[in-house]
Design a protein around this ligand. Structure first.
Ligand SMILES: *Cc1c(COP(=O)(O)O)cnc(C)c1O
Length: 358
């Protein structure tokens, strides 16, 4: 049990009882058992339904960062051109990862509290002719949600593989993989799915698979073995049956509540959070409310205090919110109301405590 009664950190999210219980079951060897592959395929079908895609889904073991690296390494080689659409720390991170890998990277930086200007992106893409375009749906440090449709259309227009990190939004709001032309959509288990950070998940389009075959990257994080691995009942390593069973439990919770109802709950709780924050005289970090994410709310630390003091006071009252990183450290704090934490009572209680300690 956490010593904090009110946990609203934007990942890892608190884990519901049903999901924790799924870890207690005993399983055979995931390499060998037909039951494991059937469980994998069941989870894949449910994820396809939620994420709205016909694409195959690689459900790999490892924390979400491993699939971000795996997606980049699997689709690029020396000389590949990456157009990095950046409007936050994770989207900037894609470009930095590409630079570290020695790719040609063009950064389009739209600042941390905004969303991209699509005309600028289109113009840059036409000039640069990238092989890959990267973007982040929910910028967890900034609390923004980037529309994906235009970016998907631009990617198609210039023939680039469109890679989207929807780690912090997928299953909490629509990502519409096929409609938005997302070639590789990335998800982790410790955000909306409310699991430990055990699984990294990628939807992969046929265009992306063709690219992946051509690049032929080999490594623990490689996507290639997942193209036919499940079909052939042969995976590149021993999979985590417990995590796969917890994923089933997590997806069951979503399907029992209803996908649309889950999205509505996230919208409603996020709105309560934003209204509550403003009622306390605080300012949201994103430049306007229309770009706020339904899974995380980012708030400016008020000028009359500092984050360390505020955080200590909140924690002493049993409330743990999210701090921030890099240039946002000490300036912006966050309510993570995703998955099991998208609960009105939790957010309202946290706001009451925040009011008291301010
Ligand atoms: C949480 C998250 C990840 C995974 O990063 P960790 O910091 O390792 O948990 C990747 N992308 C986004 C947008 C995230 O919110």
């Amino acid at each position: 049990m956490s010593k904090y009664k009110i946990g609203l950190v934007p990942g890892p999210v608190s884990i519901p009882e049903e999901i924790r219980r799924a870890y207690l079951a005993e399983f055979g060897s995931a390499d060998l058992e037909e039951d494991f592959f059937q469980l994998y395929e069941k989870n894949e079908r449910t994820l396809q339904q939620i994420l709205k895609t016909k694409n195959r889904i690689a459900i790999m073991s490892g924390e979400a960062m491993s699939i971000l690296w795996g997606a980049l390494k699997s689709t690029t080689d020396q000389g590949s051109k990456l157009l990095c659409v950046a409007n936050g720390l994770f989207s900037l991170g894609f470009g930095e990862m590409g630079q570290d890998m020695g790719l040609n990277v063009e950064m389009l930086d739209f600042g941390l509290n905004s969303i991209p200007d699509f005309d600028e992106v289109r113009e840059a893409a036409r000039l640069y002719r990238p092989d890959i375009i990267t973007a982040v749906h929910c910028e967890t440090p900034s609390g923004t949600l980037t529309p994906l449709k235009e970016l998907g259309e631009i990617s198609r227009e210039v023939g680039a593989v469109f890679i989207v990190d929807f780690v912090a939004s997928g299953c909490g709001c629509p990502v519409d993989v096929d409609l938005n032309n997302i070639d590789i959509g990335l998800l982790g288990s410790q955000k909306v799915l409310s699991m430990p950070p055990h699984l990294s998940i990628a939807t992969v389009s046929d265009r992306a698979w063709r690219k992946i075959s051509a690049v032929n990257y080999a490594g623990y994080d490689a996507l290639k073995p997942w193209r036919n691995g499940v079909q052939n009942r042969y995976l590149p390593y021993t999979h985590d049956w417990h995590a796969m069973s917890a994923l089933e439990a997590s997806l069951n919770l979503i399907m029992q509540e209803g996908i649309e109802k889950v999205y509505e709950r996230h919208e409603r709780v996020a709105k309560i959070c934003r209204d509550g924050v403003r009622a306390l005289g605080l300012e949201l970090f994103p430049i306007n409310e229309s770009i706020c994410s339904p899974t995380v709310t980012a708030v400016n630390v008020p000028p009359n205090t500092d984050w360390k003091t505020l955080n200590d006071k909140l924690r002493s009252e049993g409330v743990v919110l999210g701090g921030n990183y890099g240039p946002l450290a000490g300036r912006v704090f966050r309510f993570g109301h995703m998955g099991a934490q998208a609960q009105e009572e939790l957010v309202v209680s946290a706001l009451e405590v925040l009011k008291r300690v301010l």
